[in-house]
Design a protein around this ligand. Structure first.
Ligand SMILES: Nc1ncnc2c1ncn2[C@@H]1O[C@H](COP(=O)(O)OP(=O)(O)OP(=O)(O)O)[C@@H](O)[C@H]1O
Length: 283
């Protein structure tokens, strides 16, 4: 056991210590990544119930950032705060700052529509529209005013290719997306998110409703997508976080307890509560 781990586990003062939150530790020799999101002192309330406490966390560009923690710790709330989707709940109040590409999403003149285009979201259960595969993917571009069939055709093909589903659906573009398997539907939903050219893709437990083979396909896809996009993924599955992410954040009771390089967090966590969670002592 390393000295740090031994100390963390055995020293009373360390057990009581405030969470250590470290951002963007880079491996020697790698270029530091730019932050696509910078979150400072984020608090969030549903009415009088506080769900997030003083969250400080930077999200690097072109990386996969995993959010883990027990049920009810605020993972989905945090994710939906990033594109202001959480405000669809009317009783939500926030304080603090969320900067997306250096712009304060609450103060600067960023419309919610623009933000949700650039910061796309994929949900736990595949939620295609009851339309053809083609119309699902073309939906966003059409809303943005693209009408020419040739351009829409290109966008649909590129998005489906980027979502690693083109070969499976290219001969059934006009069939209803409901006729696809759950795993295929989820990749069509990812293609639908990609079709409006986002920067960031937020994924809220995107594989929890999928079988192991479909899960593997989505995990491989996440690895490919980070070349072009920044990804934030909420997952209950710690093996999944360890497999797909570069950085991992552990939340507990609305607090960000620890945020670090994924290898570091799983192999040598700094906080006893992280250690307890990842070793299955609670949650
Ligand atoms: N619409 C809502 N109205 C009131 N409270 C809410 C609402 N949504 C979430 N909460 C509360 O906020 C806290 C955080 O919930 P959240 O869904 O973000 O947790 P989570 O970590 O994503 O949980 P899970 O892993 O079970 O999905 C919980 O106490 C929850 O009850």
């Amino acid at each position: 056991m390393s000295k740090l781990k031994e100390k963390t586990l055995n020293t009373k003062s360390n057990l009581d210590f405030r969470p250590t939150v470290t951002n963007n530790i880079e491996k020697p020799g790698t270029e530091p990544k730019r932050n696509v999101f910078e979150i400072d002192d984020l608090n969030l309330w549903y009415g009088s119930t506080q769900a997030l406490y003083e969250v400080n966390m930077n999200i690097p560009e072109n990386q996969v950032t995993a959010i883990i923690g027990p049920s009810g710790c605020g993972k989905s709330t945090y994710l939906k705060a990033l594109n202001r989707m959480v405000e669809m709940v009317p009783i939500v109040k926030t304080s603090g700052t969320i900067k997306y590409n250096n712009q304060n999403i609450y103060k600067d003149k960023i419309s919610q529509e623009y933000l949700r285009t650039k910061v796309g979201m994929v949900f736990q259960k595949p939620n295609p529209f009851p339309k053809s595969v083609y119309d699902n993917v073309a939906y966003g571009p059409r809303v943005h005013g693209i009408k020419k069939k040739a351009i829409l055709d290109q966008i649909v093909e590129k998005s489906l290719k980027d979502a690693a589903i083109w070969d499976e659906v290219k001969d059934r573009l006009n069939q209803n997306a409901y006729g696809l398997s759950g795993g295929q539907q989820q990749r069509v939903c990812i293609a639908r998110a990609l079709a409006v050219e986002p920067d960031v893709i937020l994924m809220d437990e995107p594989t929890s409703a999928l079988d192991p083979i479909s899960t593997l396909k989505v995990e491989e896809l996440v690895q490919e997508l980070k070349e072009k996009y920044s990804i934030v993924i909420v997952t209950h599955n710690m093996q999944q976080a360890a497999r797909v992410s570069d950085r991992t954040a552990f939340f507990l009771n609305g607090e960000l307890i620890e945020y670090d390089d994924t290898n570091k967090l799983f192999q040598n966590p700094s906080d006893k509560r992280t250690e307890d969670y990842i070793t299955g002592r609670f949650g």
